[in-house]
Design a protein around this ligand. Structure first.
Ligand SMILES: Nc1nc2c(ncn2[C@@H]2O[C@H](COP(=O)(O)OP(=O)(O)OP(=O)(O)O)[C@@H](O)[C@H]2O)c(=O)[nH]1
Ligand SMILES: [Mg+2]
Length: 291
C-alpha cells in the first residue's frame, strides 16, 4: 500500500481513494496511523455536526435534508453514519443511501456508514480517523450520525463542533436521553416527526430543560422546519473542544487493553473471584506485567 500516493489522491478529493481509506479505518488496518499522521498537521477546515438520538428518530433523513441545504449554499458535504449494527449485515449503507433523496440526486454528497460493532473499544478513534480523512479530502460540512445508545457514541457526537439531539414522539420515554447524558451536551434539541401526535408534549418537555438552547421542530421527510435547524446549526460557534481529549482517551484505553493478554486477564479474574486479590492489586498486576 503506497501511503504517499494515497495521501495525494485523497487530498486531491478523489472519492474512491476516500472510500478505500475509510475501509482501512473500518478494518482497523495498521496503515491508518501513518495515514492520519500524514494528514494530521493540516488546518481545520470542516464544520463537523453530530446528530445523535434514539433509533428511528429520523437522524439519517434529517442528515440528508441538511446535506442538501449545505450543498445549495456551496459547501462540500459528507455524511458519516457510525452504524451500531453487525458488520456482517452490511446492508445499512445501501439502505440509507436509497432513503436519502438529496444524496441520491447529488453524487457529490459523500455518504458512508461505518460498522462499529466487533471492535473492542476504538469506536471514537475510528470515528475521528474517518473525520480527519473526510476533512483532508476537502469536505467542509460533515454530518456524523450516531445512535445515542452507548457512552462511546454519545462521546463522539459531543466531541465535534455542534451536537444535535434528535428525538421524536412515540419512541418511548424520550427524555430518557437525559439519563444517558446526551441532553446536557446537546447544543440544539430537535423534535423530529413534528407531524405526529405527541410532538407538542415532547417540545414542551424539551423547552422545560433547554435553557437558552434552541428547540427546533422538524418534519425530516418533507423538509418542514429543517431550514430553521440548518440556520441554528450554522449560527453556532464551532467548538470541537473535546475532540482531541476523547480521541486521546480512546487511544489510551485501546493501548491498555492491548497490553493485557486474555490469559493473564483470566488468571487474575480467577484469583479475584477467589478473593485472593483485590481489584486494585489485580489492576496493578495486569498493568505492571509480571510482578
Ligand atoms: N412521519 C414522519 N416520518 C419520518 C420523519 N423523519 C423520518 N421519518 C421516517 O422514520 C423512519 C426512520 O427514519 P431514519 O431517518 O432512518 O431514522 P434514524 O434515526 O436514522 O434511524 P436509525 O439510523 O435506525 O437509528 C423512516 O421510515 C423515515 O422515513 C418525520 O419527520 N415524520
Ligand atoms: Mg440512520
Amino acid at each position: 500500500l503506497d501511503i504517499e500516493a494515497m495521501v495525494d489522491r485523497l487530498t486531491g478529493g478523489d472519492p474512491r481513494t476516500l472510500a478505500r481509506a475509510l475501509s482501512l479505518v473500518e478494518n482497523r488496518a495498521p496503515e491508518v496511523k501513518e495515514l492520519v499522521s500524514r494528514l494530521f498537521s493540516r488546518e481545520r477546515s470542516a464544520a463537523m455536526v453530530g446528530l445523535t438520538g434514539p433509533p428511528g428518530a429520523g437522524k439519517s433523513t434529517l442528515a440528508d435534508t441538511l446535506a442538501g441545504m449545505a450543498r445549495e449554499s456551496g459547501r462540500t458535504v459528507a455524511i458519516l453514519a457510525i452504524d451500531p449494527t453487525s458488520p456482517l449485515t452490511g446492508g445499512a449503507l445501501l439502505g440509507d443511501r436509497a432513503r436519502m433523496d438529496a444524496a441520491s440526486r447529488d453524487p457529490s454528497i459523500f455518504v458512508r456508514s461505518m460498522a462499529s460493532r466487533g471492535h473492542v473499544g476504538g469506536l471514537a478513534s475510528a470515528a475521528f480517523e474517518a473525520l480527519i480523512l473526510l476533512e483532508a479530502s476537502g469536505k467542509d460540512f460533515i454530518l456524523v450520525e450516531t445512535v445515542g445508545a452507548g457512552q462511546d457514541e454519545v462521546e463522539v457526537a459531543s466531541a465535534v463542533d455542534v451536537t444535535v439531539l434528535v428525538l421524536a414522539p412515540g419512541l418511548g420515554d424520550e427524555v430518557q436521553a437525559a439519563k444517558a447524558g446526551i441532553l446536557e451536551v446537546a447544543d440544539v434539541l430537535v423534535v423530529n416527526k413534528a407531524d405526529r401526535d405527541g410532538a407538542d408534549e415532547l417540545a414542551a418537555d424539551l423547552h422545560a430543560v433547554a435553557g437558552t438552547r434552541p428547540v427546533e421542530r422538524t418534519v425530516a421527510t418533507t423538509g418542514a422546519g429543517v431550514d430553521a435547524l440548518y440556520a441554528a446549526i450554522a449560527g453556532l460557534e464551532p467548538r470541537r473542544n473535546r475532540f482531541m481529549e476523547v480521541w486521546l482517551w480512546d487511544v489510551i484505553q485501546t493501548k491498555v487493553r492491548e497490553r493485557i493478554s486474555e490469559s493473564a486477564l483470566r488468571e487474575v479474574l480467577k484469583r479475584l473471584e477467589a478473593r485472593e486479590l483485590t481489584p486494585y492489586e489485580a489492576a496493578e498486576e495486569l498493568l505492571d506485567g509480571e510482578s
